[in-house]
Write a protein that binds this ligand. Structure first.
Ligand SMILES: Cc1cc2nc3c(=O)[nH]c(=O)nc-3n(C[C@H](O)[C@H](O)[C@H](O)COP(=O)(O)OP(=O)(O)OC[C@H]3O[C@@H](n4cnc5c(N)ncnc54)[C@H](O)[C@@H]3O)c2cc1C
Length: 366
């Protein structure tokens, strides 16, 4: 849960609904529902990040109670496997390695902000607390969920916040009342059927949801359709519960930041419409670009041996093995092989069984 604890802000709410926020397990005893029964409390929907982190920690204590939380410094090939070096110098040998390093390493910082110190301009993945900017002028750059939600939290924390976006509009997902109604009409024993018709991933609509949820169906699509399905889940849009929280937050649409200068303890932003802005902080909610050459823990010879696509994704087999035998990759970098769920918690139900089958030599259904 490191990324959730240290790289996302308190007061954040999950955009994925409860049914799409389960960490997968072979049996239901580790579901969010089971967690609520254990703690004897109904969790709010949308789910507060603090509750999701507590659920993740409860999950890991039952599954891997002796979790090694040290950072890995290097992974290098040896004769029959890999040598893993920790930051404290200890090394261990493994026959197989699964890299599930998340999205954080791929944060995109616009080049105009190169050389600007982090206290004045940070990527959205560098904040764990947004409530400390009371009275400060803050520019949030971007228009995706992070940009819009972080602007709402800053606004509610009495920062003087504005949103700057290159696009002409800011869009929000409407409340999915059809999905909601469908679930309500299919409770109890009808639920498995309900999930088969409309998978509990919170992704896509009645036409696309099954192609997104099922890796086999996803791979049967043409490359153009696969690309469209992947793009759909990353289209910048805010959750349906954000517009009311953003009332009073100015949005400057259709502008980009053309240059940035330090002005004492503030930043002077020059915008493409010729205007300038003086801010104490710029939040760069400018997204992520996958590029596994940023996996600095991989030894150089491993980096060279791993086959990559021209745009930085690993070439993976359907069991998530890279072109190096015994080295697997999971999470967002595997979205092109298992589909768009791999960007989200719900994707654990695809990646988990697939990796378990590969590592135990059993057959996977994916
Ligand atoms: C702002 C934001 C909001 C999101 N909201 C949602 C949501 O509502 N619902 C949803 O389903 N998904 C959401 N996501 C996506 C979310 O990141 C993924 O669902 C999920 O975290 C992916 O899990 P993961 O294990 O692949 O990566 P992560 O959760 O990022 O985990 C990667 C882990 O690898 C560890 N690590 C990295 N390098 C090393 C190293 N060298 N040594 C040891 N450990 C290392 C990190 O510390 C981290 O713990 C959101 C993402 C962001 C950025």
């Amino acid at each position: 849960m490191g990324f959730w604890k240290h790289n996302m802000p308190g007061k954040m709410l999950l955009r994925s609904r409860h049914e799409a926020s389960n960490i997968a397990a072979p049996r239901k005893h580790l579901s969010l529902e089971a967690y609520q029964t254990t703690i004897r409390r109904r969790l709010n929907e949308p789910l507060p990040i603090e509750d999701f982190i507590a659920y993740g920690e409860w999950f890991h204590k039952q599954v891997v109670p002796r979790l090694d939380t040290r950072n890995v410094r290097n992974v290098a090939p040896t004769g029959g496997g890999f040598e893993i070096a920790f930051e404290d110098g200890e090394k261990l040998h493994a026959e197989s390695v699964v890299l599930a390093l998340g999205i954080g390493l791929f944060a995109q910082r616009p080049e105009q902000f190169a050389g600007i110190p982090r206290v004045l301009a940070s990527h959205s993945s560098e904040f764990s607390n947004l409530t400390q900017f009371r009275g400060k002028r803050v520019a949030v750059i971007g228009r995706g969920q992070s940009a819009l939600e972080y602007a709402a939290i800053l606004h509610e924390s009495s920062a003087e916040v504005q949103i700057l976006t290159r696009s002409e509009t800011v869009n929000f997902l409407p409340f999915a009342w059809r999905k909601h109604l469908f679930r309500r009409l299919t409770p109890g024993p009808l639920r498995p059927l309900s999930w088969r018709i409309l998978p509990p991933t919170d992704l896509g609509d009645i036409r696309t949801a099954r192609k997104m949820a099922d890796p086999v169906k996803f791979r049967r699509q043409s490359p153009e359709v696969q690309q469209a399905l992947l793009k759909d889940v990353t289209t910048p849009r805010g959750a349906y519960w954000l517009p009311s929280r953003l009332q009073g937050v100015p949005v400057k649409a259709g502008v980009s930041v053309t240059s940035v200068e330090r002005a004492g303890d503030a930043l002077k932003l020059t915008l493409s419409d010729g205007s300038t802005d003086l801010v104490h902080l710029a939040v760069l909610a400018t997204g992520y670009r996958i590029d596994i050459s940023k996996y600095h823990i991989l030894d150089d010879c491993l980096k060279q041996a791993i086959q990559k696509t021209a745009d930085g994704y690993p070439v993976l087999a359907t069991n998530l093995q890279t072109s190096v035998k015994g080295l697997y990759m999971a999470g967002v970098v595997a979205e092109r092989i298992l589909g768009p769920t791999l960007r989200f918690v719900t994707g654990t139900s695809n990646a988990g069984p697939c990796l378990a089958a590969a590592l135990t030599g059993k057959r996977s259904t994916h």
